[in-house]
Design a protein around this ligand. Structure first.
Ligand code: DGL
Length: 274
């Protein structure tokens, strides 16, 4: 099936998931939209994030003929995954359930943590997803406002971010977690700072790899994977913000395949996305 996999995030964060999907499924074409013109999502009301997520997902299906959607953003998945699964004519894969499964599988002491945006943490999506695994763990969650803004500015190290990390991670540290899920797709870019603040005995888990495995499994079961061939897969990157900045920082974070970015604009009317 030669149609692309559509992916979206509020900005650069979902590129961590795109990396994992491309590495695991190198024959698949990918269309990625970073909604950098409207980031951050984490501090916005759920209803607004849901509206954005529907616009992005429908655009990927209608304008780019996506055969499946990977919601590469925890905040958007927390706000809109159920709606998207119900209304879209293609399979939709989120990051929260795969992340929760990876988290409970990795812990040794049964005390686990999830960090994410205010929107994700307040939604309770991880509390539900971890409970759904039925693995008896004690979960501590913490919102880390400010982390996403550092990444979007291209600042992934330094004293400022280290000080913020120490402050934001205090609750999960105090809870004695041995495993911490980076429940925001931007956070893997801060893994060194977060790892330093948590200490070497804490395992950091990201949902990117697990989500890629779920995508392979689901698309494979539905017969939607592309047959391996010698054709080079196409990876298209779009942004609703400054496309020059998206290409420049994107290339730094993602790698040289992000050679250029194109413009994506949200619909101008408030008509239902579909
Ligand atoms: N990358 C997004 C996530 O996984 C959030 C970023 C934002 O706040 O815009 O939650």
């Amino acid at each position: 099936m030669d149609r692309p996999i559509g992916m979206f995030d509020s900005g650069f964060g979902g590129l961590t998931v795109a990396r994992a999907v491309i590495d695991l499924l190198p024959h698949e074409d990918i269309v990625y939209i970073g909604d950098t013109g409207r980031y951050p999502y984490g501090s916005k009301p759920q209803s607004e994030v849901r509206k954005f997520a529907r616009q992005l997902a429908w655009s990927l299906v209608k304008d780019y003929d996506a055969k499946a959607i990977v919601v590469a953003c925890n905040t958007a998945a927390a706000a809109a995954l159920d709606d998207l699964v119900t209304e879209l004519p293609v399979p939709v894969i989120g990051v929260i359930e795969p992340g929760a499964k990876a988290l409970v599988a990795a812990t040794r002491n049964g005390r686990v943590g999830v960090i994410g945006t205010v929107g994700t943490v307040m939604s309770g999506a991880y509390d539900r997803a971890v409970a759904h695994t039925r693995v008896p763990v004690v979960l501590t969650t913490a919102a880390c406002p400010g982390f996403v803004e550092f990444v979007e500015r291209g600042q992934t190290s330094g004293d400022e971010i280290a000080i913020l990390a120490d402050r934001m991670l205090a609750p999960v540290k105090a809870a004695g977690v041995d495993t911490l899920l980076l429940g925001c797709t931007h956070y893997p870019y801060l893994a060194r700072v977060i790892g330093q603040a948590m200490g070497p005995s804490v395992t950091l888990v990201s949902s990117a790899d697990e989500t890629a495995f779920v995508a392979r499994e689901q698309l494979g079961a539905m017969g939607l994977l592309r047959q391996p061939s010698n054709d080079v897969a196409e990876h298209q990157f779009l942004s609703s913000g400054d496309i020059g900045w998206f290409a420049d920082l994107g290339r730094r974070l993602f790698g040289p395949e992000l050679a250029q970015a194109e413009a994506w604009a949200p619909p101008t009317t408030d008509q239902p996305a579909e």
